[in-house]
Design a binder for this molecule. Structure first.
Ligand SMILES: [Zn+2]
Length: 336
C-alpha cells in the first residue's frame, strides 16, 4: 500500500490505482540527454514516483538553454546538466532514487548504463546517439521511446524490441552530417518539446503498467496543429532488429571533436579516459585566466573563450565553432 498521499490524485485514476502506483515505484528508468525533452520527462516521471531515475548528459548549462530546458535557472549556467537536474529532482521528490552521470554516452558505456533499466527515454539532440541507443536497447531487449523536436514540430515513437519496428526500420541510415536541420540552424519554440516529452512520459507510464501503447510514429506541429500517427512497418532485413548487426555498438572510438547543437561550442573527447587533478590544473591556469571549480568541472575563461574541463579529460570549449581553434586551445591550456 502507498502510505502517504503524495500520489493520491493519480492513484484515483482507474488506469493506475494502488496496484499501478506500486509498479511505478518499483520501476527503474534511464533518461539519456537532459535538454528540453529530458528535463521535462524527468520532471514528470520524478513527480509521478518512478522508483529510480538515471539521468545522463555530457553538457553544461548555457544561457540559451533556459528558454526551453525547464528546471534550470540562471544560477545553474556553467554547471553540468545531469548533476544539476538530479539535485532538482531530488528536491521535488526525496522518496525516489536519482543517479546522475555526467559523461558522453558511447559504445563503451551505454550497455552498462542502461542495464537493469525498464525503459530508456530519448532526450538527445542527435541521430548518432539515437542509433546507438537503438542498437543497445534492441540487443538488450529494453523498450525505448524515441523523441525529437525542432522549430514547431516534434515526433515520438515507442520501440519495443522484436515487437515493434525499431529506429532503423524507420530511418535505415543516419543522414549525412549537415543534411538535417538542427535547433542551432532553425531554432525551436519552447512549447513543442514539452508536448513531445509529455507524450513520451505518458507512454513510459503505460509501458510500466503493461497497458496498450501507441504503435505508430506521432508527428505533431504545435503551430498548425497538424497531427499524424503514421503506421510504420518492420523493415525486412533491418540491420538492427532483423540481422542483429549492431554497427553502432561496434564502432571504434577515437578522439572526437564535435560542435554542440545550440551554441558556438566544440566538444573534445580524448581517445583514452584520464584522471585530471583539478588542483594541478588550477595552479597552472590561474596565471592565464579566471578559473572556477565545481566538483565535476573546472572552468577557465581566457580572452573570449571559456574552456570547461571534466575530470576524465573531456572538454567543452565555448566561444568558437572552429574545430581547429578548439583543438589548439585544448593543446595549449590543458596540454594533455
Ligand atoms: Zn529494425
Amino acid at each position: 500500500m502507498i502510505k502517504n498521499n503524495r500520489y493520491s490524485r493519480q492513484i484515483l485514476l482507474n488506469k493506475i490505482q494502488n496496484e499501478g502506483q506500486e509498479k511505478i515505484a518499483e520501476s527503474k528508468i534511464t533518461i539519456i540527454g537532459c535538454g528540453a525533452l529530458g528535463t521535462n520527462i524527468a520532471n514528470n516521471l520524478a513527480r509521478c514516483g518512478i522508483g529510480q531515475i538515471t539521468v545522463v548528459d555530457r553538457d553544461i548549462i548555457e544561457l540559451n538553454n533556459l528558454q526551453r530546458q525547464n528546471l534550470y535557472d540562471e544560477k545553474d549556467v556553467g554547471l553540468p546538466k545531469a548533476s544539476v537536474l538530479s539535485e532538482k529532482l531530488q528536491n521535488i521528490n526525496s522518496e525516489i532514487r536519482i543517479n546522475s552521470i555526467v559523461d558522453d554516452i558511447n559504445n563503451k558505456n551505454i550497455e552498462k548504463i542502461i542495464k537493469k533499466t525498464k525503459i530508456v527515454l530519448d532526450g538527445t539532440d542527435n541521430m548518432l546517439t539515437r542509433f546507438l541507443i537503438n542498437d543497445a536497447c534492441v540487443k538488450n531487449d529494453i523498450p525505448w521511446i524515441y523523441g525529437g523536436a525542432i522549430e514547431t514540430e516534434g515526433m515520438t515513437m515507442n520501440i519495443i524490441p522484436h515487437k515493434t519496428p525499431c529506429l532503423r526500420c524507420l530511418i535505415e541510415n543516419i543522414p549525412k552530417p549537415g543534411s538535417l536541420p538542427t535547433c542551432d540552424t532553425i531554432g525551436v519554440l519552447n512549447t513543442i518539446p514539452n508536448v513531445i516529452a509529455n507524450i513520451q512520459s505518458t507512454e513510459a507510464i503505460k509501458i510500466i503498467l503493461n497497458k496498450e501503447i501507441n504503435n505508430g510514429l506521432i508527428v505533431y506541429n504545435i503551430w498548425s496543429h497538424d497531427f499524424n500517427n503514421y503506421k510504420i512497418k518492420i523493415r525486412e532485413n533491418c540491420k538492427c532488429c532483423g540481422k542483429h548487426n549492431f554497427e553502432y555498438l561496434k564502432k571504434e572510438k577515437k578522439e572526437e571533436i564535435i560542435s554542440i547543437c545550440g551554441s558556438g561550442a566544440i566538444q573534445i573527447t580524448p581517445e583514452n579516459k584520464m584522471s585530471i587533478s583539478f588542483e594541478d590544473l588550477l595552479f597552472r591556469l590561474k596565471k592565464v585566466g579566471k578559473v572556477d571549480i565545481h566538483p565535476m568541472v573546472l572552468r577557465v575563461k581566457i580572452n573570449d573563450y571559456e574552456i570547461n574541463i571534466f575530470r576524465d579529460g573531456r572538454a567543452i570549449i565555448i566561444g568558437t565553432n572552429d574545430k581547429k581553434m578548439a583543438k589548439s586551445l585544448y593543446a595549449k591550456y590543458i596540454g594533455l
